[in-house]
Design a protein around this ligand. Structure first.
Ligand SMILES: [Zn+2]
Length: 422
């Protein structure tokens, strides 16, 4: 007797009438038309069942703090950093924990069950680190929270920056972060990339740096990141986040750079919602979009994910833990409108970030964890178009969240009484 059987599911790869069998928290079989006795059977009715959403780039220590102590008037990255600097001295452990837990509630309801969050290690107290380590433990039964030691004020620029980051790693933070474009000079930025990659190599950790998050076409830190990755043999374990300067770079230089990135198997995270709002603020018209070259990087064989980055914080006044919103924006900004490209946008919030995080047991295959989402959509492009409702969210075969299919009642002469948008 199975614990759970999902029937009549459409999978992201297009297979239809699929059954997913679950026993002891794991998927035991994914087969067309399978019927078998189970304690619970869920008929997906031909709708899409996907592995859970994964956010490769988030800031959980600042989330849901919008308006504290004021809002970002210029809308720039640098005012956001200054504003976060004003907010930090007023933070408490409990306030960070409560906001983060509230965010994780939203995430689970959205089928977002794994998040890589950067955590600010700049201050010697490591208050945000302690708080998010606490949160990581508390949400572990229902959400994988991976933490990145993020030296927001610069690892070389801020006094004690490197020491504080090392202390955060010693406390249990998973991944080495960085912010080379915020260091004082291009040379110092390159030096910080070298130091941090060597630190990660010596501790067997992954790397995920905020890298070249500017409109400066001459910002070159991703080149150094790719170089250090191949020099230290960290292939497939290093991610460059943002890379917005690539949007503005010279095409010839990019043609060389992308080959170096592919050689290093560098991970890439674009954050479409944030990149489109923070970048291009010094432009008149035409205004640059700021998002890195997503379709071209995918075509070069790199693993590219879309991150949410921020929700209601000093940098962004929107968001609701919905990775389909990030995919929707990425699709538009990247002009990824072909059938294949829309599918790639869905992969960029599911399988691609799962690979960057190194998640184990992910995917709709026998032996994987029984983690999946039933969406009110017929296929991945539909899910993005509708930012589809998550009708059910399961983890280890247990139902964590459910919501009804959306439908509006209509009062129109000669027309149906409701519309479901499918
Ligand atoms: Zn970020």
């Amino acid at each position: 007797m199975l614990d759970l059987l999902i029937t009549h599911a459409t999978l992201p790869d297009g297979r239809q009438n699929m059954s997913i069998a679950v026993q002891d928290g794991r998927i035991t079989e994914v087969t067309e038309g399978l019927q078998a006795p189970a304690h619970e059977t869920v008929d997906a009715g031909g709708l899409l069942v996907s592995p859970p959403f994964v956010d490769a780039h988030f800031h959980m220590d600042s989330t849901l703090s919008y308006g504290q102590p004021r809002v970002n008037e210029s809308g720039t990255l640098l005012e956001g950093i200054a504003l976060w600097g004003e907010l930090k001295p007023t933070l408490t452990h409990e306030a960070i924990v409560q906001r983060a837990l509230q965010y994780c509630d939203m995430a689970v309801a959205r089928g977002l069950l794994a998040i890589r969050s950067h955590v600010d290690t700049s201050h010697a107290s490591l208050l945000p680190v302690q708080a998010l380590l606490d949160v990581k433990q508390r949400v572990a039964p229902y959400l994988d929270l991976q933490l990145v030691a993020f030296p927001q004020d610069g690892v070389l620029r801020a006094p004690g920056g490197l020491e504080n980051l090392k202390r955060a790693l010693a406390l249990g933070v998973d991944v080495v972060g960085g912010i080379p474009h915020f260091e004082r000079t291009m040379a110092q930025g390159a030096e910080s990339v070298k130091i941090l990659c060597e630190l990660a190599a010596s501790q067997g950790k992954r790397v995920d740096m905020h890298c070249d998050e500017s409109d400066d076409p001459h910002s070159r830190h991703v080149e150094t990141l790719a170089y250090e990755t191949q020099r230290l043999g960290l292939h497939g374990r290093v991610t460059g986040s943002h890379l917005t300067s690539m949007h503005s770079m010279d095409n010839y230089y990019v043609s060389k750079l992308m080959a170096l990135m592919a050689e290093a198997d560098l991970g890439v995270v674009a954050n479409p919602l944030i990149n489109i709002t923070l970048q291009g603020r010094h432009d008149t018209y035409p205004k640059r979009r700021g998002m890195t070259r997503v379709p071209e990087l995918m075509a070069a064989g790199l693993t590219v994910a879309f991150g949410h980055d921020c929700v209601l914080d000093p940098w962004y006044s929107g968001g609701s833990a919905d990775m389909l919103e990030a995919a929707h924006m990425g699709l538009h900004v990247g002009q990824m409108t072909s059938q294949a490209a829309m599918r790639q946008c869905f992969d960029a919030v599911t399988v691609n970030p799962a690979r960057l995080l190194g998640l184990e047991g992910y995917g709709l295959v026998p032996g994987a964890f029984a983690d999946f989402v039933l969406l009110h959509a017929r296929h991945p492009a539909d899910a993005i178009r509708l930012r589809a409702a998550r009708l059910g969210v399961w983890r280890r075969g247990k139902l964590l969240a459910r919501q009804p299919a959306p439908a509006a009642q209509l009062h129109l002469p000669g027309r149906p009484e409701k519309v479901s948008f499918l």
